[in-house]
Write a protein that binds this ligand. Structure first.
Ligand code: NDP
Length: 308
């Protein structure tokens, strides 16, 4: 197989040496020198615009990231070729840790005590048990389901919202817009783990916040464009929402003049909830390449119609 590495972000030297060891009979190329007609597989993470469309004989486009909204935003990106998302166990583990950290920070009032320390203020807030809280997860896919399963042993009530109705043991599952409203109304913490599609853009808005219980929190670790910043700030300023944990922004990096930086009700991380982890991701990439070699469909193929 001839494999072309395409990324303006991921350094080739982070991936090609390890993949070459695992696939010693395949040949790896970078955009400096390759014959477009000879490329069988493209490994992509924010590729140079239009370059994938110029590869006529692709058998697989393998993303190095879990989210593919950036690829699909490029109108030239070929829709007739199979595109596989990366489902990386290291990234899934990192996301569960990040969300559990935010949920516990909120549940144990640590965000309040950090602010009180700055004022040398000694004031205890009422204690809640985990069973007093419901954590609602928007998006119950690879990441949302793993997060939900990590939260269950704490004793939280866990609910999840997805496009296609399903049952997941221990998790109250919702779908449809009435289902989303029902879940938001009972969730003290709402975690967004939806892909960015036309349907999910701007979903975390004033109407959604108004449904959430007084004093609840929002955790957005999916995509910045899913949250309406001015609606969030209004809900925080009104005291309706207690706190927001934001990892993703539109645009990124978050501009210096964004009101989110200085807002006391907002915790910010620089899109680090889960980073691709080559140590665990390479085996998944190799598995997909071997499947293509054996004439089998790759795993985790994107449904272009659904947009994720
Ligand atoms: P999946 O494709 O596995 O899961 C997506 C989930 O969202 C599915 O449950 C799906 O429903 C649901 N969904 C999609 N559209 C809708 C809709 N219109 N209404 C209701 N539910 C919907 O994705 P992952 O879990 O792997 O990743 C989720 C997102 O997390 C990525 O797209 C990416 O944007 C983000 N991400 C963020 C990272 C970070 O560091 N901050 C790192 C990695 C990913 P159904 O199950 O019915 O298909």
């Amino acid at each position: 197989m001839n494999i072309l590495f395409l990324s303006k972000i991921e350094p080739a030297e982070r991936w090609i040496p390890g993949l070459s060891q695992l696939l010693p009979h395949d040949r790896f190329f970078t955009p400096d020198s390759y014959d477009p007609a000879e490329i069988d597989i493209a490994l992509v993470a924010r590729p140079q615009e239009g370059i994938v469309a110029g590869l006529p004989n692709l058998k697989l486009i393998q993303s190095l990231w879990m989210g593919v909204d950036g690829l699909l935003a490029d109108a030239t990106f070929p829709r007739a070729r199979p595109l596989a998302r990366l489902v990386d166990p290291g990234m899934v583990a990192a996301m569960t840790e990040s969300v559990v950290a935010h949920v516990l920070d909120y549940h144990r009032h640590h965000y309040v005590y950090r602010a009180q320390k700055l004022e040398k203020k000694w004031h205890r807030l009422p204690q809640y048990m985990a069973a007093d809280r419901t954590i609602g997860i928007l998006g119950l896919g690879e990441l949302g389901t793993a997060v939900a399963q990590r939260l269950l042993p704490f004793g939280f009530g866990v609910a999840g919202w997805k496009r296609r109705p399903a049952q997941v043991p221990g998790i109250d599952c919702y779908s449809g817009s009435a289902g989303m409203q029902e879940m938001l109304a009972r969730s003290q913490a709402v975690v967004c783990l939806l892909p960015l599609t036309p349907e999910t853009r701007g979903l975390l808005n004033a109407a959604a916040f108004a449904l959430m219980p007084e004093g609840s929190c929002v955790i957005n670790v999916a995509r910045g464009a899913q949250l309406v910043v001015q609606d969030l700030i209004a809900a925080l300023d009104a005291g309706h929402l207690a706190h927001a944990y934001l990892d993703v922004f539109d645009p990124e990096p978050l501009p210096a003049d964004s009101p989110l930086w200085a807002h006391p009700g907002v915790s910010i991380t620089p899109h680090t909830a889960a980073l691709t982890e080559p140590r665990t991701a390479m085996a998944r990439i190799v598995e997909n390449i071997e499947r293509v070699r054996a004439g089998q469909p790759a795993l985790n193929l994107v449904d272009f119609g659904a947009g994720y």
